[in-house]
Design a protein around this ligand. Structure first.
Ligand code: EPZ
Length: 424
């Protein structure tokens, strides 16, 4: 596996264009299982997780091909298979998003339990409870969830927690159910809105997506569509923080400014300059440093958990002490010990991190444990004095398209070194 060498201390200057949203593309691809005919998705990010989902669709019997690195064409003409391969679900737990569409389309879905990952146990109890409320039954045997339903019946589905994945699975299952479904305590993330919009283009009757109550009137079939994936708000936020942590000046283009509002509020509170340029770009600069701010992750429209690690890197260099509370995942502070090795002053106590700003970070060898922790360590390396070597790039490739190239274009000194087998 290769590694990054980053020579820090260079203020990032220039423009960067964000890619399509990974966390929108994945459910959108799964939703093509529901549709008859051809669907073309544009602005698809060229990422490992998306490639895995395309492989999943092929394994289920759909024709899926890349027309370009960012355009995928799916043809759903034959009967789909209802068993999802183990090796693909373990490669990417979001593959569990195929359960709802498979159940709705075929009445059956046999999907491996996705299992946990480094940030948490990632249970699926909310998904399973929702499927039962829609009239399905299930058994768990040999590591597979075996779902079946002669016919899904529209009903009142209450989610114990506004789970993004469970909301998406319920939306897709309810589209072909008999009658009307109400999803209460639904997730409100922008990716949910994008999914609802695509489903409606395909002939579904979804309303309220983006609020905590989604109403879906079941229909008999959906047709293939052409749909453009929304911009990736987490990638955009990562580059906004890259501008601030290096005290640079960067125009981040191709971003729905409302989708990054929770981050913008916090950056401005820290004294960082953020200005909207048109309706799909933001200029971020922090020429005079920034102050500590407190962060508590919450479901959208609260501060996103997917930006917590990146924000922690920034706050290690803020004036004062910040309190960061992670309320979504049980183990999402793994970037903290690596930041401490770079000189950060962080005290951890369960779900709280006390981050006291230091005058500077020093480059070190660090290891990526999960996708967003990886982004956080790269951001710290961009600001640190000296060289930071970042191992574990496979995690990064799951969620960031051409990250090194985009940072280099902003002036960052970052080289990818093929791994020789030595090192951590
Ligand atoms: C989605 O994961 C995202 N992934 C995650 O992004 C994101 O962090 C998360 O939503 C929260 O915003 C994709 O969209 C592919 P959840 P998801 O169900 O759907 C608990 C990234 O870095 N829970 O909203 O799996 C769960 O354990 C990734 O891009 C249950 O208890 O998240 C967690 O504590 C990481 N039972 C909380 O809810 C369930 O049945 C939020 O999970 C489901 C979830």
């Amino acid at each position: 596996m290769s590694k990054f060498h980053i020579n820090g201390g260079v203020p990032l200057i220039g423009e960067v264009v964000t890619s399509g949203a990974k966390n929108a593309a994945l459910p959108l691809l799964a939703a093509t299982i529901l549709m008859e005919g051809d669907t073309t998705l544009t602005n698809v990010p060229n990422l490992m997780d998306v490639i895995t989902m395309v492989r999943m669709l092929k394994a289920l019997g759909l024709n899926a091909e890349y027309r370009s690195p960012n355009i995928v064409k799916i043809s759903n003409t034959k009967k789909v298979r209802h068993v999802a391969p183990y090796e693909l679900v373990t490669a990417m737990r979001a593959s569990f998003f195929v359960a709802g569409p498979l159940l709705a389309k075929t009445g059956l879905a046999k999907v491996p339990m996705p299992g946990g990952c480094s940030i948490g146990s990632r249970p699926i109890d909310i998904h399973l409870k929702g499927f039962k409320q829609l009239g399905a039954s299930y058994s768990i045997e040999h590591g597979f969830v075996d779902l079946r339903a002669k016919k899904l019946i529209g009903s009142h589905v209450y989610l114990d927690f506004p789970s993004v994945g469970a909301t998406e699975n319920m939306m897709m299952a309810a589209c072909l159910a008999e009658g009307t479904t109400l999803i209460e305590n639904a997730a409100q993330e922008p990716e949910i809105v994008d999914l609802g919009n695509m489903l409606n283009k395909a002939g579904a009757q979804v309303s309220g997506h983006g609020t905590s109550t989604i109403t879906i009137k079941g229909v008999t079939s959906l047709t293939g569509v052409t749909h453009n994936v929304i911009p990736d708000r987490v990638e955009a936020g990562t580059f906004m923080i890259a501008a601030a942590i290096t005290r640079g000046n960067v125009l981040v283009k191709h971003v729905n400014t409302l989708d990054v509002e929770p981050l913008v509020v916090k950056l401005k509170a820290a004294g960082i300059k953020v200005e909207e340029v048109g309706n799909d770009a933001l200029r971020v600069s922090a020429l005079n440093g920034f102050q500590a701010v407190d962060i508590e992750t919450q479901p959208f429209p609260g501060f996103p958990t997917d930006m917590q690690a990146q924000m922690m890197s920034l706050l290690t260099l803020a004036k004062g002490t910040s309190v960061i509370k992670e309320t979504i995942f049980e183990n999402r502070f793994m970037h903290a010990p690596e930041l401490m090795r770079m000189g950060a002053d962080i005290k951890l106590n369960n779900h709280i991190a006390l981050v006291t700003g230091v005058s500077g970070l020093s480059g070190a060898e660090v290891k990526i444990t999960d996708l967003r922790a990886g982004a956080a360590l790269i951001l710290a390396g961009l600001a640190a004095e000296g060289t930071t070597t970042v191992y574990g790039l496979k995690h990064l490739r799951r969620g960031y398209e051409n990250m090194a190239q985009k940072l280099t274009a902003l002036g960052a000194r970052i080289d990818e070194i093929p791994e020789t087998g030595a090192g951590r």
